[in-house]
Design a protein. Structure first.
Ligand code: ZN
Length: 686
């Protein structure tokens, strides 16, 4: 999984796997989008390894009927957390069948609506537990061969793990039969439903690569999935083991909880990464794409036995994603990303006392320090030994769960490297080994120069100006030039003008964006140069530049607004919502203000994705364009399944409630709200 923001995951550990081995399951399920419910017939095959009198399947708030063990009715208990089958089980194979029904509070999400023709249904197992929508196992150590047959309205596409074996239609309902060949942990089970189309490519090794997209995004298909096949081929070669599943699907869904999730053979990712070729510059899917793909080996094929060993998933996925990016963007890019994460690791180690090898470690530790651990190891034992050990580790533990020791065992087999001491330094200590980190980074010339730039921080501008001029004029890597611009922020304009001009002349989008962001006050004699940023092929740069120019030069506002009136930006409408709020707030701009306000309020409504709604709400609130509809949309935000957005809603309402008039307004709209919204608003009012 890849987080958009830092979160803490929790894990459970149960012991049932010593007594029972669940082998495979066939789930025939149907989803009711109106009732937001799910029901199905489930058929589990399991082997009893040692006699046991109660067998448990995790099942949150489900109802059961028609339970049969080997065809005979059976006693069971429903604790609302578990389905417990009570029977004096003896060694041997069994079949359990039952019907279930549930209305999941989490894990199964409904976005949009059939009426608006934008309905999407998708699941998120990791961190949320698949047992909310399918009776399964919260314990990752119980790996099962899952096959789902999903029935839904024939106008929609249904996606699940594995190969699509058959599709059959009865009375407008299409049943999609998916089949897995190998076992996996339940948190990797998925389904996604929506109006999608797909583009299919084939990897060098012959694996079908299915790339899904919404019909409206046809022109974004190529930039969104750019380098997918190349990274797939690269990772198979780099890891040294064929992709372990029969097919690979990737599907963007709206209002997804994270950046991406590596469901076995069927990755879901956030629609914020669906970009055109301009959006690609600032917000591409490449890193998440490679990360979730790497998880298909590290996480899905071999799974960490418990939370303590979580770095075996996230550290590996982060490191191999970086290797895939190196293949595309080169050595300097690779090192600059390591440099960036090293800075974060060093900074965090001042206060974070929890090492990587701990279930309570931070995401930064599991992901970035985990990746750094592998990089340091790779450098220490050499490419040949590293690859051999990784390959053996995967082969030996395929379709099983692992601990960190399993990995060290393979390293010890191929080298006499002191893994004990290495583990103490990297995984069991919260201290960052800065000396070693810097030594490794200094192997790259660009990083050497970047360190020199960092050291120049203490110098006056006069002392370092010549050095900076030289860098900006050279072919130095863009991150170094960005660092140069970063050091100019608090300098007097006249003193830094020449350097800023040189930075703009690099024509590099990221360096120019650094200039855009570094100046909130723009002097008149830099106006023309700054205005050139409006034409950059970057929605982020354009957003910064438009806002700063509008702010600094009231006499040119109408020009700027005319120039940007057709801008839309990313699929969260960052430029559109900015333009609307600026136009509404420019008194002498002759446009139909009422119409524009209506349009901006519409972007804040549930008809749009959370990222768009928040963009619109932030502008409506900061420009004081608040009417009853805006208040209602704010309250609605507090009921959203994305915690970042619901938190934004709550925080904003709390601030507004400090004002008596807003409080009265919130009380006035109460009767117009639905039950869920009333509940949330009441909590904030009291
Ligand atoms: Zn991940």
């Amino acid at each position: 999984m890849k987080y958009l923001f830092l979160l803490i995951s929790s894990f459970t550990f149960a012991q049932q796997t010593q007594f029972v081995d669940f082998k495979s399951v066939l789930g025939k399920i149907a989803i009711n989008a109106t009732a937001k419910s799910i029901s199905g017939d489930v058929n589990y095959d399991f082997e009893v390894l040692k006699p046991i009198d109660t067998i448990k399947i995790d099942a949150q708030n489900m109802e059961f009927s028609d339970l049969k063990l080997n065809g005979n009715p059976i006693n069971y208990r429903n604790t609302n957390k578990e389905l417990q089958i009570i029977f004096p089980f003896k060694k041997g194979n069994n079949q359990l069948t039952f019907h279930y029904q549930a209305k999941p509070k989490q894990t199964l999400y409904f976005v949009g609506s059939a009426a608006a023709d934008d309905l999407q249904i998708w699941t998120q197992g990791q961190g949320k537990y698949s047992s909310h929508w399918f009776p399964s196992f919260d314990d990752v150590n119980e790996k099962v061969v899952f096959s789902l047959e999903i029935a839904f309205d024939k106008d929609y596409q249904v996606i699940s793990n594995g190969i699509l074996k058959a599709k059959s239609e009865i009375n407008g309902i299409l049943t999609w039969s998916y089949k897995m060949q190998k076992p996996m942990s339940s948190y990797l089970l998925m389904l996604a439903i929506g109006k999608f189309e797909k583009n299919v490519q084939k990897s060098k090794s012959g694996i079908p690569l299915e790339m899904y997209f919404e019909p409206k995004d046809t022109d974004k298909l190529e930039p969104t999935y750019r380098y997918s096949k190349r990274m797939f081929d690269f990772l198979e070669k780099e890891i040294g083991m064929k992709y372990p599943w029969k097919i690979y699907k990737q599907n963007p869904v709206r209002d997804f909880l994270y950046a991406g999730m590596e469901n076995t053979s069927a990755t879901l990712f956030s629609s914020r990464y669906v970009v055109d070729s301009i959006g690609f510059e600032d917000r591409n899917y490449i890193n998440v794409n490679a990360h979730e793909l790497a998880h298909q080996w590290f996480g899905d094929l071999v799974t960490a036995q418990s939370g303590k060993h979580h770095w075996l998933q996230e550290g590996f996925a982060t490191y191999y994603a970086l290797l895939a990016e190196r293949e595309i963007f080169g050595e300097d890019y690779f090192y600059s990303k390591l440099y960036e994460s090293a800075q974060q690791i060093k900074y965090a180690s001042r206060t974070d006392t929890i090492p990587v090898l701990n279930e309570k470690a931070s995401s930064l530790s599991f992901y970035q320090k985990g990746a750094w651990t592998l990089f340091a190891l790779h450098e220490a034992i050499g490419d040949k030994a590293f690859k051999k050990a990784v390959r053996n580790y995967l082969k030996k533990n395929a379709f099983k769960t692992v601990t960190t020791q399993d990995f060290w065992d393979e390293i010890n087999r191929v080298s006499d490297f002191d893994t004990n001491n290495f583990s103490k330094v990297w995984l069991e200590s919260s201290v960052a080994d800065s000396q070693e980190i810097n030594k490794l980074l200094n192997k790259n010339k660009a990083m050497k120069l970047l360190f020199e730039v960092e050291q120049a921080k203490k110098k006056t501008l006069a002392e370092k100006e010549e050095f900076f001029v030289e860098i900006l004029k050279s072919k130095a890597y863009s991150a170094i030039k960005e660092a140069v611009v970063g050091q100019l922020k608090n300098e007097k304009f006249e003193a830094k003008k020449q350097l800023l001009e040189l930075a703009l002349e690099t024509k590099n989008i990221q360096v120019r964006q650094a200039v855009a962001a570094s100046l909130s006050k723009i002097p008149e004699d830099f106006r023309l140069q700054y205005e050139s940023l409006l034409d950059d092929r970057s929605y982020q740069t354009q957003e910064i530049a438009l806002y700063n120019l509008w702010n600094n030069f009231p006499e040119f506002r109408i020009d700027y607004l005319d120039r940007s009136k057709d801008w839309i930006g990313f699929n969260d409408f960052n430029l559109k919502t900015l333009w609307l709020s600026l136009s509404i707030s420019t008194p002498n701009y002759t446009v139909d203000k009422e119409k524009l306000i209506k349009e901006l309020v519409q972007y804040s409504s549930p008809a749009f994705e959370a990222i768009t709604r928040q963009n619109a709400l932030e502008k409506l609130v900061s420009f004081k364009l608040i009417d009853d509809d805006v208040l209602k949309n704010l309250v609605n935000a507090t009921t959203h399944h994305m915690w970042q957005f619901s938190k934004y809603g709550r925080d904003t309402i709390r601030t507004l409630l400090k004002n008596k008039e807003w409080r009265t307004s919130f009380e006035r709209i109460m009767p117009d709200l639905n039950e869920k919204e009333q509940f949330q608003l009441n909590r904030l009012l009291n």
